[in-house]
Design a protein around this ligand. Sequence first.
Ligand code: COA
Length: 381
Amino acid sequence: MAKINKNSNVKVKGLEGIIAGQTNISFIDGLKGRLFYRGYSIEDIAENCTFEEVSYLLIYGKLPNKNELKNFSTTLKRKRALPKHTIRMLHTFTKNMSSMEALRTVVSSLSSNDKDSRISSYEEKLDTGLSIIAKMPTIVAYHYRIKNSKTPIPPNPKLSHAENFLYMLTGKIPDSEGAEVLDKDFVLHAEHGFNASSFSVRVTVSTLSDVHSAYTTGIGTLKGPLHGGAATEVLLMLKNIKKPENVSSYVNKIILSHGRVMGYGHRIYKVYDPRAKILKKMAENLSAKNNNTTYVEIGQKLEHMMSDKKNIYPNVDFYSAIVYHNLNLTHELYSPIFAIARSSGWLAHILEQYKNNRLIRPLEEYTGNLNLKFIPISKRK
Ligand SMILES: CC(C)(COP(=O)(O)OP(=O)(O)OC[C@H]1O[C@@H](n2cnc3c(N)ncnc32)[C@H](O)[C@@H]1OP(=O)(O)O)[C@@H](O)C(=O)NCCC(=O)NCCS
């Protein structure tokens, strides 16, 4: 029995440290804790831009002027409504279907309505992507309300992307502070280089598959708890820890069992995630205003212990979970919120990949047997 590749050339798992392609959408400096969208620092972007503005920047490669932003926002507003058959389909889902599963399924099914095929033009692909970005909040809100036996609330064209999402969830026009917080959260989650979901989106596009397939891949990849599924897990963990006094025993137990503290650690950032710094301030402000600082206090203790014991810091998902909690959003919505925000980054990657495509197909290192003697089924034990 022959074995090959006894001396492995693969030094790292998970493509760590491998440059898998070129992009000019965002730049991450993991050692200095810096992030840039199309050349602009995340601090400037978070301070000054709305989600619509950032989406335009990511998708078209430049900041919009007033007119461009108005037209872009109007386009998104016009595309928010779901086709009737999609709404009927949402009513058929069982109660145990999660928001991410519903989002993945419905986005995939939208291909029956939108013009999108492998031979569509660049403009048609762009148009399809904008339609999906516009509809994702509607899908999540409709699914959430139907699942909770409430009547879905149609989108309101007077409201921004973030305001409208909160409105469709609750039926109330949100206060400006809540909407601004969610808008900033969308901005901070919109793009992040070749993260697992954006990379998977690019792999799908590289086969010249369609835009709906790329989004479906992206949502499915984001859903995992090591990626966008982490924020939901963070809240469950905080509920489990309950109070700051329990942090020490919780962390020690996790470390001993080689487990994971959710919302901590990052493949690229070896220092504090710059998005987490901004989200931390937002979480602290909201918690103080709501007079409920327990989770922020747990966060402070976790930070000290994780940096002391493992040199690991909070990532984007840790404080965003506390922000959502303070906006009274249920934990099941945390990953779909990430998906809604990342949808514009995905479109930027889809278009960049289509523009300069080559099939993404790496090599594998085979570690199995070769030249085994074939045994007919009648002789197998
Ligand atoms: C994000 C993540 C998947 C990156 O993983 P990675 O780059 O493959 O890192 P590794 O799994 O190789 O971990 C490296 C070391 O850090 C530790 N580590 C990484 N993240 C950790 C965490 N959240 N809790 C505890 N230990 C962690 C590992 O145990 C390992 O320690 P060791 O070298 O002593 O064995 C990982 O940090 C993680 O699982 N975090 C929790 C989930 C999460 O928040 N995901 C959202 C990411 S934005």
